[in-house]
Design a protein around this ligand. Structure first.
Ligand SMILES: *Cc1c(COP(=O)(O)O)cnc(C)c1O
Length: 373
């Protein structure tokens, strides 16, 4: 939701400067010849796709990457001009649109190209492709040299298809297993060495590999979670080469405050009964906003203090136990800092037994993103 005025105080504040700072830190850290592809799939990991893409291009990223054709088209519709890569297979029916909008697509097998060239040999402009090699992720990508050769032959038959890049994806770069990643990197290079001419962009590293193994940076790294100030894993967090800045603050305000006598029940199912007289505050955020029901008990920041969510989280609201009487309109921070206190997405992720990636992409569209430049 992008509107000048939002009446509900629940907002995701995005500090665009922090995103830029993370890109700059990575640029300083990587080899001079390694560029940055900014990964902005899933609405920029919940941080806003257009704003993140623009911030990345302004900071010198050479390309942005998304997961789906529709995400790429949405960026073009919203005026993003630079190179866009769709990192997963696309339907053949997307190829003409991709060529026209200068969207680069992933090719992961020769059959796709065969099918495409059967239905279409001419494009408005050259169709740019990046060939995906599977070196151990087991998701998409060719796994043998014959397929790579078949793709090269098909490209040679068409004068409308431009091999702009070749890439792979590491499954274990965020774990303490450099050996696996090194082997996969070597395997990838063996494929790359079969190409008669090196395409413009040979790339392998995600955030974890970019941060831990800059020597595997090649022509570009695909910088996702790290750009949003979050380490890909606890292991990477322990070995960060520079400090990451956190752009996201999920905030709200108390909309209702009351003193309840001992023995009062709170929310659906009356799972919380006040053990003594208590001040209870209501916050206008619930599971339809991405505050998952399993976060009952999670603390939020109010007046610089940690206070717990009590009772079941509702679809649109939840209740907290206040340390004392506080006014309606008092600021609440669910993710981010307030005074000296901080709540990180990692804390939510631990409670929900998931990874921080899932937390940030689960903040729903109902929460307005407010970008602060
Ligand atoms: C999502 C994705 C990335 C970004 O990964 P991070 O861990 O967020 O840096 C890179 N490459 C591919 C293929 C992806 O799907």
């Amino acid at each position: 939701m992008e509107r000048a005025v939002c009446y509900r105080p629940t907002k995701a504040n995005i500090n665009v400067k922090a995103i830029k700072e993370n890109i700059r830190s990575l640029q300083r850290y990587l080899k001079k010849e390694t560029a940055i592809i900014a990964v902005v799939k899933a609405n920029g990991y919940g941080h806003g796709d257009v704003e993140t893409a623009q911030a990345a291009f302004e900071t010198g990223a050479i390309m942005v990457a998304v997961a789906t054709p529709d995400e790429a088209i949405a960026l073009r519709d919203k005026g993003v001009k630079g190179d866009i890569l769709v990192m997963a297979p696309v339907p053949c029916s997307f190829a003409e649109v991709a060529a026209r909008l200068n969207i680069t697509v992933t090719v992961a097998d020769d059959q796709w190209l065969k099918d495409l060239l059967e239905i279409q040999t001419q494009f408005t402009a050259a169709l740019k492709i990046h060939v995906k090699i599977d070196c151990g992720m087991g998701r998409v990508g060719l796994r043998d040299k014959k397929t790579l050769q078949a793709i090269l032959d098909l490209i040679a038959q068409s004068n409308n298809i431009l091999l702009d890049g070749v890439f792979t994806h590491f499954p274990c770069a965020d774990l303490d297993c450099q050996k696996t990643t090194q082997e996969q990197y070597d395997l990838f290079n063996a494929f790359v060495n079969l190409l008669p001419t090196k395409p413009r962009l040979v790339h392998a590293a995600n955030s974890a590999a970019a941060l831990l193994y800059p020597e595997m940076g090649l022509d570009a790294v695909r910088f996702g979670i790290g750009m949003y100030g979050i380490a890909p894993s606890a292991y990477v967090a322990k070995n960060l080469p520079f400090k990451l800045m956190r752009p996201l603050r999920l905030e709200s305000e108390l909309t209702y405050v009351k003193k309840l006598p001992k023995g009062s029940s709170i929310s659906y199912g009356a799972t919380y009964i006040t053990p003594e007289d208590e001040w209870i505050g209501t916050i206008p955020i619930g599971y339809a906003d991405g505050l998952r029901r399993d976060l009952q008990g999670q603390e939020v920041l109010i007046a610089g203090e940690r206070v717990p969510i009590v009772g079941k989280i509702c679809m649109d609201q939840c209740m907290v136990k206040l340390p004392r009487q506080l006014p309606v309109g008092e600021k609440v921070v669910l993710i981010g800092t307030q005074g000296k206190a901080e709540i990180r997405v990692e804390e939510w992720a631990a409670r929900l037994e998931t990874i921080p990636y899932e937390i940030v992409v689960s903040i729903s569209n109902r929460v307005p993103r407010i970008h602060v430049k």
